[in-house]
Design a protein around this ligand. Structure first.
Ligand SMILES: [Zn+2]
Ligand SMILES: [Zn+2]
Length: 649
């Protein structure tokens, strides 16, 4: 069976002689303790050699037993050493007197675990099948090991299937099996599977333990059944940090940020404390909301902690600083990290790219390869989209071609989307269309959408009409496409067509997404909707700041460009209209409520319009403030009348 494929790997194995001679190993006990200490110090070659040699010697004392094999296998798992594990498996298959050991559930489970942590699911499955065929009764642990193997490799359906097979064979599930089944259910969109397992837990003889409860919390959080989460949390007999973390994640997933933060504070008050996972969750939210104040608070907690933070929490910290536009802080944290993984490098590179610092991104990319890391799909998406936004079309094109030859990565849909966007933005629309026609997969709505945007940038009306027609078929209810087409018509002064698009939207019941901006003042986010905030706009403080700013901005050369207003209304109304765009309201609010000279950070749900972009540049100049605007696509750092995007967005 497995022999042919296993034997291939043996040739690569070098076995060095053991440090202790066999004669010294008088008893089995000393064999096992030597194996243990060799495994512990990572000397797997020596451990394996010792085990095989004592097996061959057939001395009454030195024969390896179940414990010897378990010890070595355990070390193989923790060091993910596939070659040693394979060698051991092959040895058991070939040695007549020890084949029975393969029917041992403990060893079977360990082999399944080893092969699955090394990503060799086929081999894991083979061990499992051998167990099912040869053992009289396969215990829960073997099924569970196989199910975990599938889950760990992202194959949740097969993991759940193993659980159902176990039930069909009459094996009664315990808490271990329940928690594994629930984890599999969390990865499957249909909540009915999870509810079925939940029902079995309620009926089971064994009381559910904390791990099962936490897995249930996670399941309902993932599926968005937040009422269930709250109910479960209240009903639980004991709660540990993992329980609280599940609740925390639930609040944030449900967009109840305030409740989530309150929960975090409550954790400290009730002396539950926090884990690195709790901080990772909070940092992810701070990154999403540009809530620098909260992110910095978490950073403070990490610094104060006596324990060394894990790489996951530091990666989230990097991401938080990057998404808040503070690349200097991001770099500082990065440089101070004692251990960096691929995600750390990817986060740094992505941070530079989304903030428009492309030369730094490219340098970091080089440093990454020098440090021995190989770029993956994520690295390339960051770099390609950065090149696209920075107008570095040729560099991006070269990078795309290097993907296959140099990094061994087949470009996926996202990489193609970056390439098409990059060429389109640069006005090389024909080349972009050629890529779309030749790409090996079906172009997505977002690829056509980016082409439509390129038509807007370069004023290609008739091509835009063709693309829009296609898009209305693929994504009939995406308001962005309709707005984009009417923008293109408006720019060309074709008001009758603008009206037609608006009527089409009305007929199809599609509403334009309202522009919203948020600005973080200390620990609170203040939101503004385009055209809204009347009370604020009528206040004296608003009028004062607005009038002063407008006067200064006119002096510095700003005139409103009303071309961005899609409605055919008179000029005065149009000016009124653009002045009410949400990012301007947020800017004025921040100017009133933050100390002079402090940077202003705004997050917007849509792309910034041309006129607001110009307004922001002038506003940064006359107010002497840095304004960092994060819209759906990228960052704009406005400073002294200029923007980091060089007006290329
Ligand atoms: Zn605007
Ligand atoms: Zn900009």
């Amino acid at each position: 069976m497995a022999v042919s494929c296993l034997s291939l790997s043996i040739t690569n194995l070098t076995v060095t002689p053991p440090t202790k001679s066999l004669k010294q190993l008088r008893t089995q006990k000393s064999l096992n303790s030597t194996l243990k200490s060799l495994s512990k110090s990572g000397k797997l070659d020596e451990a394996l050699h010792l085990l095989l040699e004592s097996h061959q010697s057939r001395t009454p004392f030195g024969q390896p037993n179940l414990e010897s094999y378990t010890t070595l296998l355990h070390a193989c798992i923790s060091r993910k050493s596939l070659s040693h594990g394979r060698r051991l498996y092959l040895h058991l298959l070939q040695s007549e007197d020890d084949t029975d050991l393969l029917k041992n559930p403990t060893l079977s489970s360990k082999f399944i675990t080893l092969f699955s942590v090394c990503g060799q699911l086929d081999e894991a499955r083979r061990v499992f099948r051998y167990g099912v065929e040869e053992m009289d009764r396969v215990p829960e642990s073997v099924y569970v090991a196989m199910a975990i193997g599938f889950s760990k490799n992202g194959n949740f359906r097969d993991a759940l299937l193993i659980y159902w097979v176990m039930l069909s064979k009459g094996v009664e599930p315990g808490n271990f099996a329940f928690s594994v089944a629930l984890r599999a259910c969390s990865g499957i969109p249909d909540i009915r599977n999870g509810k079925a397992v939940h029902a079995q837990i309620i009926k089971a003889r064994e009381e559910p333990d904390q791990v099962v409860y936490n897995a249930l919390l996670r399941l309902y959080t993932e599926s968005g059944s937040f009422d269930e989460v709250l109910k479960l949390f209240d009903d639980m007999p004991d709660r540990n940090v993992a329980t609280w973390n599940a609740l925390l994640a639930g609040f944030f997933k449900n967009n109840q940020v305030v409740e989530g933060l309150q929960t975090f504070r409550k954790m400290q008050r009730e002396k539950v404390g926090y884990s690195w996972v709790s901080l990772t969750i909070i940092l992810a939210v701070s990154a999403r909301l540009t809530a620098l104040y909260i992110g910095k608070e978490v950073h403070g907690q990490i610094v104060k902690s006596a324990e060394c933070p894990d790489v996951l929490v530091l990666n989230s910290l990097l991401d938080m600083y990057a998404k808040c536009g503070l690349m200097d802080c991001c770099r500082k944290v990065f440089d101070g990290m004692p251990f960096k993984d691929l995600t750390s490098w990817n986060t740094l590179i992505n941070g530079y790219a989304i903030n428009g610092w492309m030369s730094e991104a490219m340098t970091a990319f080089e440093q990454m390869s020098e440090a021995g890391f190989r770029a993956d799909e994520v690295t390339l998406i960051s770099l390609l989209s950065g090149c696209s936004h920075a107008g570095m079309t040729n560099e991006g094109r070269i990078l795309f071609d290097r993907m296959r030859t140099e990094f061994g990565i087949d470009p996926n849909l996202e990489h193609y989307a970056c390439l098409v966007d990059m060429l389109g933005r640069a006005g090389r629309i024909e080349e972009a269309l050629k890529v779309v026609k030749k790409m090996p997969m079906e172009p997505s709505g977002s690829i056509w959408g980016s082409l439509l945007n390129s038509c807007r940038l370069h004023g290609y009306v008739s091509l835009a009409e063709v693309i829009a027609k296609l898009l209305f078929k693929i994504e009939p209810s995406n308001p962005g496409n309709y707005v984009m087409l009417s923008n293109i018509y408006a720019n060309a002064g074709m008001w009758d067509r603008v009206k037609l698009v608006r009527e089409l939207m009305e007929r199809r019941g599609i509403k334009k997404e309202a522009g919203c901006s948020w600005v973080q003042i200390r620990d609170r986010a203040h939101g503004f909707v385009a055209g809204g905030g009347f009370e604020f706009r009528n206040s004296d403080e608003y009028r004062k700041v607005w009038n002063e700013l407008t006067k200064e901005m006119e002096k510095s050369g700003y005139t409103p460009d009303t071309g961005v207003v899609l409605h055919d209304i008179n000029e005065e109304m149009k000016v009124e209209w653009v002045c009410g765009h949400s990012e301007r309201l947020a800017t004025i609010f921040a100017l009133i409520h933050t100390g002079s000279g402090l940077p202003i950070r705004i997050t917007k749900n849509l792309r910034v319009c041309t006129d607001c972009h110009a307004w922001m540049k002038h506003a940064s100049k006359v107010s002497k403030r840095k304004i960092i605007l994060r819209d759906t696509n990228r960052f704009h750092h406005f400073h002294e009348g200029k923007c980091s995007c060089n007006d290329y967005w």
